[in-house]
Design a protein around this ligand. Sequence first.
Ligand SMILES: *Cc1c(COP(=O)(O)O)cnc(C)c1O
Length: 244
Amino acid sequence: MPDMNTLQDNLRAVQARIYSACADCGRDPSEVTLLAVSKTFPADAVQEVAACGQQDFGENYIQEGVDKITFLQSDVNAKANPKTSLIWHCIGPIQSNKTKYVAEFFSWAHTVDRLKIAQRLNDQRPAQLPPLNICLQVNIDGGATKSGIAPEEVLALAMQVTQLPRLVLRGLMTIPDPVEGFKAQIALHSQARMLFDKVRAELKLPNFDTLSMGMTADLEAAIHAGSTMVRVGTAIFGGRDYPA
Ligand SMILES: *Cc1c(COP(=O)(O)O)cnc(C)c1O
């Protein structure tokens, strides 16, 4: 770690940010799940944060995630840390040749943006595991080079995904480009929130309850706009040595 804060201090500080953001906008903190983004950090850092009670972890690079998951689930580790049962979220791009690993190792995939990927995840989800939780990634600010489905295409893809029995459609996910200022951040995140509400009203699915948005720099604005899951890396684990 480059600074003297422990991972536990960092985690508690992020939890405090979530609590105070919720207090500021009259939301119950239990509505907001913290997803600790551990990409580029080793399994022992995950273990340290997990030992403080953190359960949900996100990984961007599928092979890196699988290596950590396998290590942390290994017999030796399970014996040493019997209380650690972690929930793993895939939050990075999913190519067709990687769907098998997402289906076999993760509980959530946040970045589904086409039917072909959803179908492969469905077909490859092992029978002994519960259905895979899915968020559709939406390109909410229309960045030309960004992944994610266009907002006007979300409803059609959502309906198709609900037909796949080994998947559970949980909600939407966004990664908007950074904008300056709290009000502008809220305005951007509110677009995602409105789309989320619209899809939820159309589909009437009991499990459609997740709006995955907000990171280290903008989690307060995301919470104000209605995020139910903030994905935080830097504020917990520190700066990364290679770019996201
Ligand atoms: C890296 C990453 C995060 C965490 O970003 P921080 O700014 O470090 O909090 C969240 N979501 C996605 C999709 C990421 O790739």
